[in-house]
Design a protein around this ligand. Structure first.
Ligand code: C2E
Ligand code: MG
Ligand code: MG
Ligand code: MG
Length: 286
């Protein structure tokens, strides 16, 4: 009987499916405890202005080392945290940590330095979000203009008026907003101009083949022109090669982020990077 079952092709998938379901359950239960177990940390990836070669800011990226299952990438646990709602307290922890760790990178000689933090749709739907943000800024004495919140296109759809209202509250506070992963979603361009974005971040999937695909290059050029017309800054994500940098420069995109300029790193590494950056900056200033 067991043999006959073994020959049935549909049954071949069972053990794998069961293993996947068990894995997902395990992930969910570990994730639930991750905050109180203090398993999260933030890495920061530099953003560069290629006209001056200076670090203009960093993006905070969440890292989770689970005691039980080891390192889990955000691509695997963020969607789960969004599903369960755990992203709301986790996201609050991210903002708090980014403000307290990042405060020291803002100084008179680097007063335009911006710390970017990713925001999920669930956080924006929290009616208390703006008030929470305001009190965190006060608590850490963090200048609002030095914070940027990144949201994706999918966050804009749904209850547009409500989301727009929260976004306007954020911008009225002096905090900047960026649209992340631009070029991957399908929301209407009409919405883009209604939202108070300061920066458009071009998704890394569009940058990847920019050297070989004239179509991708055309799309990027169009996004750059669009950002200019809307008077928004434009930043290219996922820049990995010098050749990509040259093309972006030629097309008029001067802000980049990617492995070429720096991997996401621990706060200490950013301290060292900024010390070097400052030394360089004062050199070229005379
Ligand atoms: P994202 O916000 O678009 O962040 C950029 C991602 O691209 C990061 O992946 C970064 O490590 C990766 N990256 C940077 N430069 C390069 C490059 O040159 N090449 C390639 N191939 N990749 C590069 P990461 O850290 O795995 O994060 C993935 C996504 O998870 C983020 O995409 C963001 O959507 C989400 N995420 C990360 N941290 C948070 C958070 O604190 N809150 C929320 N809601 N989402 C987060
Ligand atoms: Mg981002
Ligand atoms: Mg992105
Ligand atoms: Mg930015």
């Amino acid at each position: 009987e067991a043999k006959r079952e073994g020959r049935n092709q549909f049954h071949l998938f069972r053990p794998a499916q069961k293993a996947n379901a068990e894995k997902a359950l395990k992930l969910a239960s570990c994730l639930q405890r991750a905050l109180e177990e203090e398993e999260f940390s933030l890495h920061y990836q530099p953003q560069i202005d290629i006209r001056t070669d200076r670090v203009i800011g960093v993006e905070a990226l969440l890292r989770w080392r689970s005691e039980e299952i080891g390192m889990v990438s955000p691509g695997d646990f963020i969607p789960l945290a969004e599903e369960t709602g755990a992203i709301v307290p986790i996201g609050e922890w991210v903002i708090r940590t980014a403000l307290s760790e990042g405060r020291r990178w803002i100084s008179p000689d680097r007063e335009d330095f911006v710390i970017s933090v990713n925001l999920s749709a669930r956080q924006l739907k929290d009616p208390a979000f703006a008030a929470k943000l305001r009190s965190m800024l006060v608590l850490y004495q963090f200048p609002p203009a030095n914070l940027c919140l990144e949201i994706t296109e999918s966050t804009m759809i749904g209850d547009v008026e409500q989301t727009l209202k929260v976004c306007e509250e954020i911008v009225d506070m002096g905090v900047a907003l960026a649209i992340d992963d631009f070029g991957t979603g399908f929301s209407s361009l009409g919405l883009l101009s209604r939202f108070p974005f300061g920066t458009i971040k071009i998704d890394k999937s569009l940058i990847r083949d920019i050297e070989t695909s004239s179509k991708d290059a055309a799309v990027i050029e169009t996004i750059i022109r669009l950002s200019q017309h809307l008077e928004m800054d434009v930043l290219a994500e996922g820049v990995e090669t010098e050749a990509q940098l040259v093309i972006l420069k030629r097309l008029g995109c001067h802000e980049v982020q990617g492995y070429l300029c720096g991997r996401p790193s621990e706060p200490d590494a950013i301290d060292r990077l900024l010390k070097l950056d400052f030394a360089q900056g004062s050199d070229s200033a005379g």
